[in-house]
Design a protein around this ligand. Structure first.
Ligand SMILES: Nc1ncnc2c1ncn2[C@@H]1O[C@H](C[S@+](CC[C@H]([NH3+])C(=O)[O-])CC(=O)[O-])[C@@H](O)[C@H]1O
Ligand SMILES: O=C(O)C(=O)Cc1ccccc1
Length: 245
């Protein structure tokens, strides 16, 4: 499928709050690659991690799957027998396009695609759960309940891969990371105007937290061995484990 360039914030009048609608779907692969440093590395490693941690007879979840990048990476690498992938997103525009992407792929692991609010979804018998830049869109006060439900739905020895945009408690470091991220976007062809408008559009929608807050929440829910395995500026990915019995 041809990849359309993201020019959503280049045109007047500027769009309102950011939503995952058809306009975003049409440019999403280009948008996320030019906006999230390390995105392709993280997707590649999600495949490797799923290969290692997927257990026979269990499910692997992609929560906030968008166009299914993590689902496809897992589907291409999982070797364990009798594994089902479950890809969930609450944007029907995303899910409709994701179905086309998955149908065009011939790998064998079955995928159940669900258009659901992941705060209401059943999560059961999961050996791998991926939340790749999705928790950041859930209201902060409801994040703990969701992380607990994920933990309850996992099998012993299961892994959660949690990728998030971060804030930093030190205001100087926080500004620096934001500047470095914006410079990354500039080098990827976004204008100062596009960067500023997108920043406004996501301000009330994408709420980043500190690494310490994420680690504390994961520990409260029962996860152990939480490690930061990837960071580029204010974009990160964590591994968290449900202990083996
Ligand atoms: N409550 C919710 N329930 C279900 N889905 C939701 C909810 N809230 C937001 N979403 C969905 O979470 C996704 C977040 S994008 C994930 C990228 C993908 N993981 C990727 O690896 O390419 C990240 C980004 O664009 O920064 C969108 O598709 C939303 O519709
Ligand atoms: O674009 C940004 O500035 C971001 O922080 C990342 C992002 C990527 C895709 C959708 C929303 C936010």
């Amino acid at each position: 499928m041809a990849e359309n360039k993201d020019t959503l914030y280049a045109t007047d009048p500027p769009l309102g709050d950011f939503v995952f609608d058809q306009q975003v779907v049409d440019v999403f692969p280009d948008m996320i690659k030019r906006s999230v440093p390390g995105y392709m590395t993280i997707i590649h490693m999600v495949g490797q991690l799923a290969e290692r941690y997927a257990q026979s007879g269990t499910r692997c979840y992609d929560l906030g799957c968008s166009l299914g990048a993590s689902t496809l990476a897992m589907r291409h690498r999982i070797q364990a027998a009798d594994v089902e992938l479950v890809a969930i997103d609450n944007s029907s525009d995303m899910i409709n396009r994701c179905k086309i992407v998955l149908d065009a792929d011939s790998a064998e692991v079955p995928v159940a695609l669900r258009c659901e609010d992941l705060e209401q979804s059943d999560i059961e018998n999961a050996s791998v759960v991926v939340m790749n830049f999705t928790l950041q869109f859930i209201p902060v006060a409801r994040r703990e309940a969701l992380i607990r439900r994920i933990y309850q739905g996992m099998v012993p020895g299961g892994v959660l891969i949690l990728s998030e945009k971060l804030t930093f408690d030190n205001a100087h470091h926080d500004n620096l990371m934001t500047e470095l991220h914006h410079y990354f976007k500039k080098t990827n062809g976004y204008s100062e105007m596009e960067i500023a408008r997108k920043r406004n559009a996501i301000e009330n929608v994408l709420i980043p937290e500190s690494l310490e807050s994420h680690k504390a929440r994961l520990a409260n829910a029962g996860f152990t061995g939480t490690e930061l395995w990837f960071q580029c500026f204010n974009f990160s990915s964590l591994l968290a484990f449900k202990p083996s019995e």
